[in-house]
Each structure stands twice: as C-alpha cells, then as structure tokens.
Design a protein around this ligand. Structure first.
Ligand code: UDP
Length: 461
C-alpha cells in the first residue's frame, strides 16, 4: 500500500458551499484537490432540484468525497415562498444539519471549509473546537472594495466620483463596482452579508481565495497586508491546468441538466474553427426583457453562428419568433457543459455576464470576452477584463441601463477580428500560462493547497 493510500480517510474535512452553481463549483474543485491528496471530504447539499453529478456517475475518481443530501426544513408559511425565503430555509437547513453532524461522535472532523458568505459557520466550528477555513469565491479586487467599505474607508454611493483604493489599483467609477453599492439602502441586507465576511476572520485558521497572485499582484499585496488571505485559484477542473487527473473535465455536480447535449456538441463540431459566439449569463442573472431583445438582434446582426444559453426561467424573454428566425445560424439551449464549449476549437468568443467563475474559466482557457456585466461583482470583473487584463471588450451601457444591439455587434467583431484581436489573444496566452504555472507543482496556488493539506495531516497525527 502506497503512502498516499495509507493516509486516505484519516483526515476528515467538511466543505460547505452556498447552494448556487457559482459557489458550488470552486468549492467542489477544492474538495477534489483535498480528496486527491488522501483527505476524506463530506459535502452537505440542500438542493431542491434534481442534480446531475459525475461524482456518483463516476465515483471511482473520487471515492473519498461524500455528497450528503440535506433535507430542507419544512415551509410553514401560508403565502407562496419567495426565492429569498427559500434561500434562508436552505441556509437554516445546512446549519441544523451541520450541528447535528458535528454532535454525532461517529464523525471526527478535522476542519470545516466554508463559503465566506456563510460566516456564521465560523461560530459553529469554534463551538465544536474544529478548525475552520473561510473560502472566498470572488476576486481580490472585489474583496478589496468590500473590505474598504467594512473598514469605513469607502463612501457609498460613489455617484459621479472616482475612487482609487491604493497605488496599483485602477480608478473605479460607480459602474465599475458592485451594483449593490450604488443603492445602499435598497441593498442593506446583502451589503451586510458581504461585509460580515471579514468580521472575526482572525479566528479562522485559514482564509482561502479563488484567484491567483500573479493575476492580481497589487491587489493581493494590498489585501494581504490587512488580512491573512491565501490564494488557491483558479479552481477549475485540473485537466485544463496541471492535469493531475486526466478525467477531471467538469466540476462534478450540476444544478441544471444540459439539454440536447449530444446534438449541441454535434452542431458545434460542424462549425468552422473560431467561428462561434458563445453566450451565457450564468446561473442566476435575470436579464431585462429589453436587454434579451438587444442581445438577440445583436447576435443576428453579426451574421456569425452562435450558441446562447438561456435558462428555462428566462426563456419567455426571448423575442417572439426568434428561434424560428435564426434557423440554422444559431442555437439556443437551456444549459450546457460550459467548459466543454469553451475548450472547443469552433468557439471564437464568449459573451458573458462576467461571473467570477466564467471569467476565470475564459481567462484560463484562452477565450476572448465580450463583457456584459449585470449585477453584484460582475462590473468589477468586467473592468479588469477590458482595462487591466485586456482580454476583451466591455459593452457600453446607455443611460437607461440598456445597451444597443449595434454596440454588441461591434464588440463581438472587435474581439473576433478587429485590430485589438491580436493583442487580446497575446494577453490571453500570457494569463493562461500564468494560470497553469500557479497550479503546477511549485506554483504558488498549488504550494498553498499542499501546505494546507500537510498542516491538516500534522494536526491529526
Ligand atoms: N455554467 C455551465 N453551463 C452553463 C452556464 C454556466 O456549466 O450553461 C457554469 C460555468 O462554467 C460557471 C458557473 O456555471 O462555472 C457559473 O458561475 P459564474 O460565477 O460564472 O456565474 P453565476 O452563475 O454565479 O452568476
């Protein structure tokens, strides 16, 4: 028996993610890195919808990861439950489950790795004398902004002002920072949630963040002077980075079922190299109907083939007759395997809302971006995409908060064939190499993960 095998199961870590796709993905990936090094991982999940999981389909890859289905607490209200209400119930169910799990003497847990947005888990970990690792799923830049707010160093709303947090940071306008901060009264609850992530962090044993130092060098130095952040990203399946596991091609668990996957991939296969526009606004964004219309006709104006992910709940916003009208030119699907699409040779650009995972994926896989940020941290990611990393173009918004179809068409053409296209591709090559380097043996993120694993084994010995 090899050294690795001997250690399997001796250290037990519970990984807790907020139950949305963008939060689950990096934490699942992190769980895989731990399991690969011989750690037994338990992941509690409260999921109302059926899930598709390659952990269960193909669990020979990860026999040391145990997905635990957590039952939702019953709903006792009489009115129909809002999505925020369901969200609260899911978190309450996880809390109850976690306490019961830790109370049971069958489980000796070495550490809880928790989504930083569920900051109350730190108190539970302390109560049960279990070490705790907070895991931030957004960039250094975004966290620097929220941290400045938390410390009382950022006046919001910005209005017409620009803000530069420190030397080395770009100047941010109101439209470059979290949408929550432009109307603090309306978004008081979510702002509280975001700033609470930093409270009591000194009590956490580790503070991880899904980014890498060479991607945000000044931002990482600035924030590390104030908080003990450890970068471990980009958390995307390993085959695209360091290749430690040849079968590790997806995150392992999807809350949405890709529809017509085979015919979608066949259609992509049939297109010319670098010709397709891939469009997705992620798992949560609810776009205005008028915006969907501009995107639809903007895509048509380009006269290029496109694959557009429009979730079931957004489907009714598509313009009347659009599907019939685009005929063979485009394909609209309700969900797809994004990583499989982004790595396909036919894909030439990605029109994205700039969710942090989508941004990291495109950057690590070398796909030019057209940024159309909608809410939350997406404007800051879009700012970096265009002005700092220079790997894409950001669609300009009009005063009414919408963008015009012609502007979408121009941005797509610019990243696919315009003057800037060559520079964008060169920059992508650079970031892609840095992303790989940090996850390879001896790279910063890889070393940080290994260090964590060694510390856990030492603590348990
Ligand atoms: N994703 C996917 N298929 C799709 C759309 C998205 O697998 O059709 C994945 C994507 O690869 C990413 C995640 O869903 O890992 C979305 O996370 P992101 O942070 O980009 O956006 P969010 O959904 O949190 O707004």
């Amino acid at each position: 028996m090899g050294e690795d095998e001997k250690q399997h199961g001796e250290v037990h870590v519970v990984v807790v993610a907020c139950p949305t796709q963008g939060h689950l993905n990096p934490l699942l990936q992190f769980a895989k890195y731990l399991a690969h090094q011989g750690i037994h991982v338990t992941i509690p999940l409260t999921l109302a919808n059926p899930i598709s999981s390659s952990f269960s389909r193909n669990n020979n890859n990860f026999p040391f990861i145990n997905l635990q289905r957590v039952s939702l607490l019953p709903y006792n209200g009489t009115e129909p439950e809002s999505s925020m209400g369901l969200w609260g119930r899911r978190l309450a169910s996880i809390r109850l489950h976690l306490v019961e799990f830790l109370s049971s003497c069958d489980h000796s847990v070495s550490c809880i790795v928790y989504d930083s947005m569920m900051s109350w888990i730190l108190d539970i970990a302390k109560e049960f004398r279990v070490s705790a690792a907070s895991f931030f799923t957004q960039s250094f830049a975004v966290n620097a902004i929220y941290y400045s707010l938390y410390k009382g160093c950022l006046d919001i709303p910005l209005g017409e002002r620009f803000v530069c947090l420190d030397h080395g940071f770009p100047s941010f306008r109101s439209s470059d920072i979290s949408t929550f901060l432009s109307d603090p009264i309306k978004h008081v609850t979510i702002i509280e949630l975001m700033t609470k992530q930093f409270a009591a962090l000194d009590d956490a044993d580790w503070v991880f963040i899904n980014t890498f130092d060479s991607l945000e060098p000044q931002e990482s130095v600035w924030i590390k002077k104030q908080l003990p952040f450890i970068s471990i990203g980009p958390m995307i399946p390993s085959i695209y980075l360091n290749g430690w596991l040849p079968k590790d091609k997806d995150y392992g668990l999807s809350l949405f079922e890709p529809n017509n996957e085979d015919s979608t991939m066949k259609w992509i296969d049939s297109q010319e190299k670098g010709s397709i526009i891939y469009v997705s606004f992620g798992s949560l964004t609810e776009a205005k109907e008028e915006l969907m219309e501009e995107v639809a006709w903007g895509l048509k104006l380009t006269n290029r083939p496109f694959l557009w992910v429009v979730r079931e709940s957004e489907f009714h916003k598509l313009p009347h007759n659009f599907i019939e009208d685009i005929a063979e030119k485009g394909l609209v699907v309700k969900w797809c395997s994004q990583l499989q699409v982004l790595t396909h040779k036919s894909v030439g650009c990605f029109v994205t809302h700039c969710g942090w995972n989508s941004t990291l994926e495109a950057l690590s896989l070398g796909v030019p971006l057209v940024a159309m940020p909608q809410w939350s941290d997406q404007p800051t990611n879009a700012k970096y995409v265009e002005d700092v990393w220079k790997i894409g173009k950001r669609v300009r918004m009009e005063e009414d908060g919408l963008c015009r179809r012609e502007e979408i068409e121009i941005c797509i053409n610019q990243v696919m064939e315009g003057e800037d296209c060559k520079e964008i591709r060169e920059n992508l090559n650079k970031w892609r190499e840095l992303a790989k380097a940090t996850m390879e043996e001896g790279g910063t993120s890889n070393t940080n993960i290994n260090h964590f694993v060694q510390q856990l084994f030492r603590k348990t010995a």
